[in-house]
Ligand binder design. Sequence first.
Ligand code: NDP
Length: 335
Amino acid sequence: NQQILLKSRPSGDAGLDNFELASVDTPALEDGQVLVRHHYLSLDPYMRGRMDEGKSYAAPQPLGAPMIGGTVGEVAESRNARFQPGDAVVGMGGWQLYSVVDPDVPGALRKVDTSHIPLSAYLGAVGMPGVTAWYGLVRICEPRPGETVAVSAASGAVGSAVGQPAKARGCRVVGIAGGAEKCAYVVEELGFDACIDYKPHADARSLSRAIKEAAPKGIDGYFENVGGMVLNAVLSRMNAFGRIALCGMIAGYDGQPVPITEPRHLLTNRLKLQGFIVSEHMEAWPEALGELGGLVASGRLKYRESVAEGLAAAPEAFLGLLKGRNFGKQLVKLV
Ligand code: NDP
């Protein structure tokens, strides 16, 4: 087996020297366990938080241990009656080629059906990022027909899954993304009504003017992935009684300050701003996955993947994700 270990904790920007590739023996299976061969590893922004020692909603990743992460693959060996070799499965196998799993631990391993949905999608639109999009939109933004919903990091794994469920609820959907190519994709492929490239804008005031053009009736529901300038620009365009799902603030994950510069908008417009962690809402997953699976299988919900080849490429691809070099769901292909 090969693994990527967390070698050291970053100070400021994470770097390649924080990771280490190691070869280890795979332990023999005990009764009840299965050996999973990973086909794809998911790279996600939350992993940056796990690299730090500081207090967060999740415990820090131990030094010298394989990086944690979602994986899809197939059962290679089984000593569990519910799983057969060849079964397609999704789990949290981490940054390694194989994992030994006890599927009787709740949430440890789930069989998936790849007849209408590709295996890799269970790490994206029909997996944790998709449910994140669905939860923030449906349960926090609570969109109503005729309203305008905005989403930042709109071309990414989470952002791209917000658009179609919002359209299905009768909303106008405006994306915000970095660069003309991502914005064209968000409108032409993902079916958003408009998308704003934040990169040419030097400050929140300038970006706010562009948002006004794309959302002339103001914004009722905002799905936030980025923080900083983007959040400040959208805050000034929120309608009274608007709802903001605070999903992520990736602009600050390497330690950059991301202040809310004019909190008065929260008061004057009587806004709701609510953070959430998708793994704390397991009760919503079946309904979310049902809707997302249907949208993907029918071709209405499109998604895009950035695929790095081979386990050794994972650290570089992860650092790229934190800098916006990914285009769509960032995966590492292992088989
Ligand atoms: P993405 O696929 O969206 O990739 C990250 C994107 O963020 C980049 O492609 C880039 O897009 C954008 N970005 C990166 N750095 C910056 C920056 N400094 N300023 C502005 N934009 C930046 O990742 P995910 O879809 O996996 O995650 C999106 C967000 O959702 C993250 O904040 C993540 O932490 C959060 N999340 C939260 C969960 C929860 O339970 N609360 C669960 C899952 C994800 P661009 O080029 O367009 O700027």
